[in-house]
Write a protein that binds this ligand. Sequence first.
Ligand SMILES: Nc1ncnc2c1ncn2[C@@H]1O[C@H](COP(=O)(O)OP(=O)(O)OP(=O)(O)O)[C@@H](O)[C@H]1O
Ligand SMILES: [Mg+2]
Length: 226
Amino acid sequence: MDTVVLSLGGSILVRDEDNSQYIQDIAEMLVEASGTTRIFIVTGGGRIARYYIREGRALGAPESYLDEMGIEVTRLNARLLIAALGEHSNHTPPKDYKDAVLAAKHNRIVVMGGVSPGITTDAVSSILAERVRASRVVNATSVDGVYTADPVKEPSAERIPRMTYEGLIALVGAAPRKAGPNIVFDAAGASVLARARIPLYVVDGGDLANLRFALEGKAFEGTSVG
Ligand SMILES: Nc1ncnc2c1ncn2[C@@H]1O[C@H](COP(=O)(O)OP(=O)(O)OP(=O)(O)O)[C@@H](O)[C@H]1O
Ligand SMILES: [Mg+2]
């Protein structure tokens, strides 16, 4: 059976409105897709995590401590999705890769958050994908692909349908980041996928039909990195 890792951005998992409806809908789609595919989901932190990171930073906490607070929020976000998945997934987010692999022995869908400071949930998704020999990583986020520049700040930016890992790393920048960055997929994750030769698909997480195409390895709208 095909294995995929879904990096589910906190930007779409923690929305302003209709949040529980969205989580219910994505859970139903994931259960259907899990009929033919083993799915690992790594949830991001979103604006709740960034609230703690911002406040903690203002109070002078070290970046690694801010990361730890962010990780706790990613695990809370994982629990929201777990609540919607019910008997179809694990019950407690695994705290490391080994426990995620163990959880998959009993569950077709495994949901987890972050793992350790300095490693974003994009990178966790990539390391997990390498560990479980996933066929692909799907990054579901608040934009419908990778653009030539940040489309929120640069309206003339254009979506890139296909690119190499090196192209993505050059675009997002390889420099070390502070806790809670807003980037479409981070360079550390992209370099793990490059060495493992696992393709990355970047899609709009709000379009569940298209997200399912990407998960199942079918033609989709977004950016294909490989
Ligand atoms: N070249 C780019 N292409 C596409 N999006 C970009 C680019 N550069 C920056 N971005 C920004 O990346 C944001 C998506 O990343 P962000 O980290 O905010 O969300 P996420 O990863 O889905 O959620 P979270 O990090 O909270 O888990 C978009 O809102 C967009 O503004
Ligand atoms: Mg992010």
